[in-house]
Write a protein that binds this ligand. Structure first.
Ligand SMILES: Nc1nc2c(ncn2[C@@H]2O[C@H](COP(=O)(O)OP(=O)(O)OP(=O)(O)O)[C@@H](O)[C@H]2O)c(=O)[nH]1
Ligand SMILES: [Zn+2]
Length: 216
């Protein structure tokens, strides 16, 4: 199953086909570097000066890393780490760092995700929860879609009794430019199954993500 890349046409909802190699992409790496060079010229810079001479190469490399989630699939990152386990207690992985990029400005979205599910016969390796967050974060995103994609991935993989995801993030496009609201951050949530149906379960999740662990 490759939920991450389920759309063959791509783009509409942030999914892309699983493009693996540079030769499958519609532009070459050299064309990408040239585009960065053009941007530098447009900014009034001299792309041939020493400090900038390798910048197009670096920018392309950095952007490719920051969007490397397009080229991953759930299958690959899971590595089979779904286990049968008879438990129906809530599993919560909290405070997962999120480094994403907003699709409107290609500027950072920095924050964290809290992901919970209530199993129904299957559990997932805990690190894989964080890897799922990373895969979707390393794409051009809006926070709402990122949040929903994480929830839907877990729902699809485990068919659990419920899934809840909260993402809390600060958008550099709102901090460093535009409206320039330095302290602002945005909270988005996606709830599925019992978390959507039962206010008490949702409440338990919300209080667990607000709780300060005694060892912290
Ligand atoms: N809903 C949502 N909006 C986002 C996200 N990231 C950025 N945006 C917003 O996308 C909008 C784009 O608005 P535009 O008016 O087209 O762009 P802009 O002129 O750069 O807007 P300003 O940021 O207001 O200067 C802005 O309001 C951003 O704050 C996100 O993850 N979710
Ligand atoms: Zn933005």
């Amino acid at each position: 199953m490759t939920l991450a890349n389920s759309s063959p046409k791509g783009n509409q909802n942030g999914n892309l086909p699983n493009l693996k190699t540079q030769s499958e992409l519609p532009v070459s790496e050299e064309e990408m570097r040239q585009a960065v060079r053009t941007l530098l010229l447009g900014l009034g810079e001299n792309p041939d000066r020493e400090g900038l001479k390798d910048t197009p190469k670096r920018v392309v490399k950095a952007l490719k890393f920051l969007t490397s989630g397009y080229h991953q699939s759930l299958d690959e990152l899971l590595n089979g780490a779904v286990f049968h386990e008879q438990t129906d207690e809530m599993v919560l992985v909290r405070d997962i760092d999120i480094f994403s990029s907003c699709e409107h400005h290609i500027l950072p979205i920095l924050g964290r995700a809290h992901v919970a599910y209530i199993p129904d016969g299957k559990v997932i390796g805990l690190s894989k929860v964080a890897r799922i967050c990373e895969m979707y974060a390393r794409r051009l995103q809006v926070q709402e879609r990122l949040t929903a994609q994480i929830a839907d991935a877990l729902q699809g993989l485990l068919n659990p009794k419920g899934v809840a995801v909260v993402v809390e993030a600060s958008h550099m496009c709102m901090v460093m430019r535009g409206v320039q609201k330095v302290g602002s951050w945005t909270s988005t949530s996606a709830v599925r199954g019992v978390f959507a149906e039962d206010a008490k379960t949702r409440q338990e999740f919300m209080s667990l993500i607000r709780h300060t662990p005694s060892w912290s």
